[in-house]
Ligand binder design. Structure first.
Ligand SMILES: NC(=O)c1ccc[n+]([C@@H]2O[C@H](COP(=O)([O-])OP(=O)(O)OC[C@H]3O[C@@H](n4cnc5c(N)ncnc54)[C@H](OP(=O)(O)O)[C@@H]3O)[C@@H](O)[C@H]2O)c1
Length: 274
């Protein structure tokens, strides 16, 4: 899984913005983005439709091959029964125009028993409709419960949670827990929905390094081993800037300065959600 991908929340909500969003996803692919994160929730299928159109155009134009892309989608918790998960996945695949998604996540923990969702996920893997399955917004205790709900068959491949310089809570116990098990953590809202791009202290440090505050925020998140980030952007300048952040290497002095500006957690706190 690439360490930097494209988020798509807020896409597909307004038909008037659709052409610009399709263009942005196509531009992202042309620039070299290979991971695209979406969900049935975003625009109630609208974001998947945008991604499907952009990916379809890019594949037909020969900009990219299907096997080079890593497409992630998510099932709503209220759909995550044994049968509902499979049906939701089929609807998502139709909107995406794909035979399979590479990773399919339970968007957050709901009321359906985890063992039912896991059984559905594993059967989707067996049928080749998804490459891997995982979860999102699962804290350490949810992950423990998930481990108990998992029988034989492919295990959970990733957990996607809110992690940024402004929200470092998962670094305390969730990230170490996942690292011990070799399970990647996907960081959502890694620029705090754009707010970190305007963070003064970060901007000052970034200026000294010759990068932008958003780039520094992204580089800080993906400098943690086992972490991938999925910033959302529609503007071309943002798309370029964010992808380039994957190549930044932060030295020990910069990491220490970032800890001073945005201190790491000292105790366990409940997982934050956006
Ligand atoms: N699993 C979950 O529950 C969950 C929850 C939230 C998000 N997510 C996923 O994570 C993705 C990212 O999170 P997010 O969309 O909440 O927030 P984000 O990626 O932290 O921030 C996106 C916002 O920042 C702006 N931006 C992007 N790059 C920038 C740059 N270089 N400089 C200045 N501003 C920049 C974007 O503007 P423009 O669009 O105008 O370029 C957009 O308004 C989502 O899109 C979604 O795929 C998952």
């Amino acid at each position: 899984m690439p360490v930097l991908g494209l988020g798509t929340w807020r896409m597909g909500e307004d038909p008037g913005r659709r052409a610009a969003e399709v263009k942005a996803v196509r531009e992202a692919i042309a620039l070299g983005y290979r991971l695209i994160d979406t969900a049935e929730m975003y625009g109630e299928g609208g974001a998947e439709t945008v991604v499907g159109q952009a990916v379809g155009e890019a594949l037909r134009a020969g900009d990219v091959r299907r096997e080079e892309l890593f497409v992630v989608s998510k099932v709503y918790p209220h759909n995550a029964s044994r049968r509902g998960t499979r049906e939701a996945c089929e609807r998502s695949l139709k909107r995406l125009g794909l035979e399979a998604v590479d990773l399919y996540l339970l968007h957050w923990r709901g009321n359906h028993p985890l063992r039912d969702t896991v059984a559905a996920m594993q059967s989707l893997v067996a049928d080749g409709r998804i490459g891997h399955w995982g979860v999102s917004n699962f804290d350490t205790d949810d992950m423990e419960a998930l481990m108990h709900a998992m029988g034989d068959g492919p295990g959970c491949a990733a957990n996607q949670v809110y992690l940024s310089l402004g929200e470092r809570g998962p670094e305390f116990s969730l990230l170490p827990w996942q690292r011990e098990r070799g399970m990647p953590l996907m960081a959502y809202s890694p620029i705090d929905q754009g707010a970190l791009a305007a963070d003064e202290g970060l901007g000052e440090l970034a200026g000294r390094l010759g990068v932008t505050a958003a780039q520094l925020a992204l580089a800080a998140v993906i400098s943690r081993p086992g972490v991938a980030a999925i910033p959302k952007a529609v503007r071309g300048a943002h798309l370029k800037e964010n992808l380039a952040a994957a190549d930044l290497r932060l030295d020990a002095a910069t990491l220490a300065e970032l800890d001073r500006l945005h201190p790491p957690p000292r105790r366990k706190a409940p997982l934050a959600m956006i």
